[in-house]
Design a protein around this ligand. Structure first.
Ligand code: PGA
Length: 257
């Protein structure tokens, strides 16, 4: 049976007390019912709360992730955070290329690729987000966007390094809108993405790469999305901010995986 991977992206939400309470609440649930044999789990708080959440998670089954990183290792880059700093505070995962970074903050495929390669070089695990805008889907360009995000985002990555890469397909029109891709739409996009990964890295590697779905995942729709053969987990925004909602998704994933 495949082991699916569910990560929570807290975005720019919560405060220190709320971050600690959310992490503690999830740990409590897992102490009652350990899902770690069935699924991999991570949460990605804002940078400033990483140490607080790391302390709450301790050595439990939920891994710590960051929402972004800068590609340079150190130096005069005011306001930026390096891979070494993230590793130093206990991060194992780093989201790169989230649609909000691409479309609100103006990140390019080239910058995203540099970040992804820096994460790999630093020994951490990148989660590369890809996905089309509504207009791109309506114009029939979904596959072209997926292909471009994968080919540019994963340029100069060796097949062996792909063991540490997760891809998250997040159609932008489904993020934070309450409008989820149907399981069929998700499966179609994931299957296409896996085909590109196969061209890039070969069939064995492509088969092992986990492709998460993201975009308005909730307890009520998580299972049927994750039951799709090429959907290997979820990247969850809004519903990862409440213990019961995120737990509902983890529980559904554990059963559907
Ligand atoms: P959402 O966000 O679950 O709130 O739609 C998903 C994401 O942006 O990762």
């Amino acid at each position: 049976m495949r082991k699916v991977f569910v990560a929570g992206n807290w975005k720019m939400n919560l405060d220190s007390a709320g971050s600690r309470a959310l992490a503690n609440g999830l740990c409590q649930k897992l102490a009652d019912r350990d899902l770690s044999g069935t699924i991999d789990m991570a949460v990605c708080p804002p940078f400033v709360y990483l140490p607080i959440v790391a302390e709450a998670l301790q050595s439990g089954p939920i891994a710590l992730g960051a929402q972004d990183v800068y590609f340079e290792p150190d130096g005069a880059f005011t306001g930026e955070i390096s891979v070494n700093m993230l590793r130093d505070v206990g991060c194992r995962y780093v989201i790169v290329g989230h649609s909000e970074r691409r479309h609100v903050l103006g990140e390019t495929d080239e910058q995203i690729n540099r970040k992804l390669r820096a994460v790999l070089a630093g020994g951490l695990k990148p989660i590369l987000c890809i996905g089309e805008l509504l207009g791109e889907r309506e114009d029939g360009r979904t596959e072209a966007v997926i292909e471009r995000h994968l080919r540019k985002g994963l340029a100069d990555v060796a097949p062996a390094e792909m063991e540490r890469v997760t891809v998250a397909y997040e159609p932008v029109w489904a993020i934070g809108t309450g409008r989820t891709a149907s399981p069929e739409q998700a499966q179609e996009a994931h299957r296409f993405a896996r085909g590109i990964l196969q061209e890039m890295f070969g069939p064995a590697t492509a088969q092992r790469i986990r492709i998460q779905y993201g975009g308005s995942v909730k307890p009520a729709n998580a299972a049927e999305l994750i039951r799709q053969p090429d959907v290997d987990g979820a990247l969850v925004g809004g519903a990862s901010l409440k213990v019961n909602d995120f737990w509902g998704i983890l529980d559904a994933a554990a059963q559907a995986g």
